[in-house]
Ligand binder design. Structure first.
Ligand SMILES: [Zn+2]
Length: 81
């Protein structure tokens, strides 16, 4: 499985929703653990990268760090085998 390219400012949709009801998160910190911020309530969470990758359903928006032209629409992830 290819490694997901995560960038600061990316917004992702996860399979599990936050208790506040939102399923969209912005990437705010990169490292061994990824920092994500809930778009609705603003809560920040640190999560191990492999764990986050399993939870991500799709990219909603690509941050400026992704490079190239911004994606016009959500990009579906390749199917997981
Ligand atoms: Zn929330």
């Amino acid at each position: 499985m290819p490694v997901l390219k995560l960038h600061l400012g990316d917004v992702v949709r996860t399979r599990k929703t936050h208790p506040c009801g939102s399923d969209q998160w912005e990437i705010v910190r990169l490292g061994a653990d990824i920092g994500i911020r809930c778009l609705r309530c603003g809560r920040r969470v640190l999560i191990a990268r492999p764990k986050l990758e399993r939870r991500i359903k799709e990219f909603v928006r690509r941050g400026p760090g992704a490079g190239g032209a911004p994606e016009p629409a959500p990009v579906p992830l390749p199917p997981k085998v």
